[in-house]
Design a binder for this molecule. Sequence first.
Ligand SMILES: [Zn+2]
Length: 445
Amino acid sequence: MRIHTIGGFNEVGKNMTAVEVGEDVFLFDAGLFLPPIVELEEREGVMEERKLRAINAIPDDLILDSKDLRRKVRAILVGHAHLDHVGAVPYIAERYNAEIYGTPFTTAVLKTLMADEKKEIKNPIRSIQPNSNFKVKCFDGKEKEIDFVNITHSTIQTSLMALHTKEGVVLYANDFKFDNSPQLGNKPNYEKLKELQKEGVKALIVDSLYASEERKTPSEKVARTLLEDVLLTTDNSKSAIIVTTFSSHIARLKSIVDFGKKLDRKIVFVGRSLNKYVGAAIKENLCPFQKDISVLSYRKQIEAGFRKINKNKDHYLIVCTGHQGEPGSILDRISKNETPLELSPRDHVIFSSKTIPAEINIANKSHLEKRLKQKGVRIFNDVHVSGHAGREDLRDFINLVQPEHIIPAHGELAKLSSMAELAHEMGYSLGKTCHLSPNLHHVDL
Ligand SMILES: [Zn+2]
């Protein structure tokens, strides 16, 4: 067995791992690296593969050609709907004669991305329910079984993926946290993980983003409480309320809508990416607040809606894009007076998010805040909990599945090294049973 670390091992983004077992190759995730394209978030027009490769925004899967592996790819498996995991699929999938597998929400988001980019691909797209399995036909005519194991994260229907091989299970765990009180969807499937341990986990490819943070990542119910405090116990009776969060975080959006209803405000969603993800959730019948919101999508609709809202700002709760200060996002445009919505002192802007620590995001967010403060609005930052496991969750995870080999993933070397340190603490030895493998390298097991 050879594990090719293609993307996401030198950076946070463009995740992709190829698992080669004999004559068969399985691709896990194909994501975008977002910082170089962040300014394109709310852009008009489409992206091209050539351009994305030139700015290093998609995984460098051409390496599979040089190793003559392209023709061996049997399946493209996508764990969840975040762009750094699914976003490159429309650009690379056609290179492979393979079907694409994801949960209903993930595949709905994928189809929305393709429609938006006017991309059509010939690969069949298969929808797999969380906590179910399926088989993929291999070179020798036999089949290999794959499990989608339900796990919690910051978007719905996230799965750990387990590939069953003769040599043991390859468990792909990017991204996840252990949330025992999820606000939407089911708890992690600990039972299945125990079963996989009994079968024998040969290799674990694992989300190391917060391996250095000595903590257990709090449940989404904590984020809900933080939101409740800001929305229901701070006087906002005469204020506009704008909340911005990750568009794919359907559970978080649900909490925001619940409190908006308690405030007896009309809830309005504004912005392209919100449209994308909420639309996909609605399509799959996974959006519990569908009837409680109205959506403004086209520019003219947004302008007319904002003109109306501007007359009675305290009757509405606006949920919009722009938590990273992305130029062209709705909050960015509001702050630059590019919409009819005027902010005044005492209005509330709530960031139910954390600024992603890339230079461009930090700069964008700081400019946005400066403009908002000039208007005298009150800013509520970090009304958020992470979707990634902390060090103590990772320790529990390793104890639970007892992998023979660990391959830290999802970050640059410093992050992967923290995971390796933890593995070392737990009795693994670097280079033998724990493997630091940068992009475009491989590990032989
Ligand atoms: Zn994710």
